[in-house]
Design a binder for this molecule. Structure first.
Ligand code: SAH
Length: 361
């Protein structure tokens, strides 16, 4: 594995490393700022650190971001990244420019153990948890490659277009709690990436003990819950985790979650043609959420050959949204992005895994 990576170390770890070297405490702050606010790619750039310290650190540490294996640009500006990690695992991130914001979608695990029936990442299987350097490295890479907004090229680097980060890529973040939270702390830290908590959203199926723990964190992101069905039986058929953490408890815990100021919890609902997209399903979902401080994000399935479901009919999406709205449940429909570049969650990774398997003897 070689030398430890400076990138990914938190405030405490950097402070301990500097103390051990007999360096003054402010060196750790300087280093932290170079790593996460200015996102230097080498120790050589860190001009306010003494040369001798930089040389000594270079002997003991590396400064490494995950390696981009492939970049794919969609006609709509969406850019998909496939990172290849040291052990050969591949993970995906997505850059999504929109009219009024731009978003980075990041992964927290290589693969996923949850095996939701419609999700390609689950179909491809589970490999391992990501470390903070691998989680933060996705954000650092995408930010570095987009210093100026595509949708607002007139905005300068001094007046940057704000970033949103969504933890909605591969993996279940609450099954990788320590590394995910260590990463989120650096992302939200004003001395770090400085992404405001309300511009950061963590998506989860609702791993209840970890969700309670997240609710107790001093600084928390927004919360999105993957619901996908309005009742136990259907949710169990689509999401094996329902067996362990049931829909009633998940919804109750989500509604208790202290969202950042001005926000509300989102329930994500992937619409599968003819499976969970009927008016009856919409009415049952409306019954559960009417009068609650929440919103529903309807996600028409991003289909792929390996996924045994079809996208919903456009009429069904409209009718479903209409029933929720009529019941006073805030609802939005996610526009499909990057269809032409295999942007369905896990699609690049799966193709990579297949290619690797095909080349093995
Ligand atoms: N494990 C977390 C985060 C990753 S999934 C979670 O489940 O929330 C992020 C979102 O993408 C989830 O709502 C997931 O259900 C959705 N998703 C997965 N595959 C999809 C597909 N093929 N089309 C549309 N949405 C999909």
């Amino acid at each position: 594995m070689g030398r430890p990576n400076l990138f990914g170390m938190g405030k405490h770890a950097l402070a301990a490393a500097m103390a051990e070297r007999g360096e003054p405490a402010y060196r750790a702050s300087q280093l932290y700022s170079w790593l996460y606010a200015r996102r230097a790619r080498s120790l050589a750039e860190m001009s306010n650190l003494p040369k001798a310290l930089r040389v000594a650190l270079a002997v003991d540490y590396e400064l490494r971001w995950p390696e981009v294996h492939e970049r794919t640009l969609s006609f709509d500006g969406t850019r998909k990244y496939l990172f290849r990690l040291e052990d050969g695992a591949t993970i995906e991130s997505v850059y999504i420019p929109e009219d009024d914001r731009r978003t980075i979608c990041i992964s927290t695990q290589a693969g996923c153990p949850l095996r939701c029936a419609f999700c390609l990442t689950g179909i491809a299987g589970y490999r391992r948890n990501l470390r903070p350097d691998e989680i933060l490295g996705q954000v650092a890479t995408v930010m570095a490659e987009h210093p100026v907004s595509h949708t607002h090229p007139d905005r300068s680097e001094q007046d940057p277009f704000p970033w949103n980060v969504v933890v909605m890529g591969m993996g279940e973040p609450l099954l990788n709690y320590e590394a995910t939270l260590a990463s989120l702390r650096v992302l939200m830290d004003e001395d770090g990436f400085a992404v405001p908590p309300r511009k950061l959203t963590l998506s989860t199926v609702g791993i209840l003990p970890a969700l309670e723990r997240l609710a107790g964190e001093p600084v928390r992101p927004n919360l999105a819950i993957s619901l996908h069905a309005p009742d136990t039986a259907l949710r169990r058929a689509l999401m094996p985790i329902e067996e362990r953490y049931g829909i009633d408890d998940v919804i109750a815990a989500a509604l208790r979650y202290p969202v950042p100021r001005g926000g509300r919890v989102t329930f994500e609902y992937v619409l599968l043609g003819g499976v969970n997209d009927t008016p009856g399903h919409a009415r049952e979902l409306a019954r559960r959420l009417a009068g609650r401080h929440a919103k529903v994000n309807l996600i028409p399935l991003n289909p792929a050959p390996e996924i045994p479901f079809a996208a919903p009919a456009p009429d069904a999406v409209e009718a479903f949204a209409g029933i929720l709205a009529a019941a006073d449940v805030a609802v939005s429909v996610r526009r499909p992005r990057g269809r032409d570049i295999l942007a369905a969650c896990g699609q690049l990774h799966l193709r990579q895994a297949e290619a690797t398997a095909a080349t093995r003897p």
